[in-house]
Design a protein around this ligand. Structure first.
Ligand code: SAH
Ligand code: SF4
Length: 360
């Protein structure tokens, strides 16, 4: 019982190995992936293309267990935030964001985060644990199957809690399942890994996968970035931008990386910051995603005012950058970027109106 393997986080390759070890043909791997990740089936007894002895055997040696859903909060704008409890007792959050043409799931890769960016609620919490592959893919499984009314997720972004590149193998394993045509069959463009800029891991990522890459830049000079994204002291901006270029060189068909830039009042949102940003990015094929800072308890930063946000965006736009402004979603349920801390929250009635900003 105690040694039964949880197959939820097994990629096709790993499942093939598993079935070979119990003297079953490797095509069982595809069959199992389809049951679990396309039908949402977790009970081996119902897997009708497994013969009876195999069904019995599977029950003895394996399990299929997603992480435990503790709470779902629905925002006025349709965004859903899920609180999930892990076996270790840690909690994580994920957010489902429906838009006109896609439904994005923002997932967590770690409980907490060790990198302590000064604007991030997850960073303020400190590091708790790396998620296993089943805890990562389990988030997508829950989003697709726990509520049959919900339409399936079309895009996944590793922008929830944690630094995905500090939990490399489980993130790769789960991304493989997302891509697998017998599972979620998401194209490489529909999976985005966001990183605060771990240069060696970005280079390693380039060798392993060609999913979309997003960089949390947030400052255009090392002095400021050293403070607000402390990992910059180890991997300064020049090295980081070179790693981005390398990612694009390795994947010739990839047209750009996404540069994320939070706008924090009085910290990084002046015109000189904008000019500096447009200058340093000039050699990189990129899209810029501006994110108005989302406040949280215990952090003194404020969101930039709309005038500064517009001026910043206009400068980048005039310099020829494709620049979008992230609409703040799920603010009323603390489901917006950087507000994820894994706490139970009372669903408030009469929620405040969610601020919306247009995409450029
Ligand atoms: N660790 C990874 C991925 C998780 S953070 C990374 O840093 O990229 C996901 C995104 O949320 C990042 O772009 C991050 O900078 C942003 N973010 C963090 N705190 C935020 C806040 N308070 N307001 C707005 N965005 C925030
Ligand atoms: Fe960690 Fe990303 Fe938050 Fe920085 S922004 S503390 S890297 S989760």
């Amino acid at each position: 019982m105690a040694n039964r393997k949880n197959l939820l986080g097994y990629s096709e390759k790993k499942l093939e190995q598993f079935f070979l070890e119990i003297n079953e043909p490797s095509f069982r791997a595809k069959q199992l992936l389809k049951w679990v990740h396309q039908q949402g089936e977790l009970d081996f007894s119902n897997m009708s293309n497994f013969n009876k002895p195999l069904r019995e055997k599977m029950k003895e040696i394996a399990v299929l267990i997603p992480p435990k859903l503790k709470q779902v909060l629905v925002s006025d704008d349709g965004t859903k935030k899920y609180l999930i409890e892990l076996d270790s007792g840690s909690s994580i959050e994920m957010v489902r964001i429906p838009e006109k043409k896609r439904i994005t799931l923002c997932i967590s890769s770690q409980a907490g985060c060790a990198l302590a960016c000064t604007f991030c609620a997850t960073g303020a919490q400190g590091f708790e644990k790396n998620l296993t592959a089943d805890e990562i893919i389990g988030q997508l499984w829950l989003a697709n199957f726990h509520d049959k009314e919900d339409t399936p997720i079309t895009n996944v972004v590793f922008m929830g809690m944690g630094e995905p590149l500090l939990n490399f193998e489980p993130v790769m394993e789960s991304a493989e399942i997302m891509r697998d045509e017998s599972a979620y069959f998401l194209s490489k463009k529909r999976i985005t890994i966001s990183t605060s800029g771990l240069v060696p891991q970005i280079n390693k990522l380039a060798e392993r996968t060609d999913v979309s890459l997003a960089i949390s830049l947030h400052a255009a000079d090392d002095d400021l970035r050293d403070i607000i994204v402390p990992i910059n002291k180890k991997y300064p901006i020049d090295d980081l931008l070179n790693a981005c270029k390398n990612y694009l060189t390795v994947h010739e068909d990839k047209r750009y990386v996404t540069i994320e830039y939070i706008l924090i009042d009085g910290i990084n949102d002046s015109m000189s910051h904008a000019r500096n940003l447009s200058k340093i990015l000039s050699g990189l094929a990129c899209k810029i995603n501006l994110i108005p800072f989302n406040p949280f308890d215990g952090c003194d930063y404020k969101r930039s005012n709309n005038r500064n946000i517009e001026a910043f965006k206009k400068h980048l736009f005039d310099k020829g950058y494709i620049t979008t402004l992230r609409i703040t979603r799920g603010d009323d349920i603390d489901g917006a970027c950087g507000q994820l801390v894994g706490n139970l929250k009372k669903a408030t009635k009469g929620k405040k109106v969610v601020e919306r900003q247009a995409i450029a």
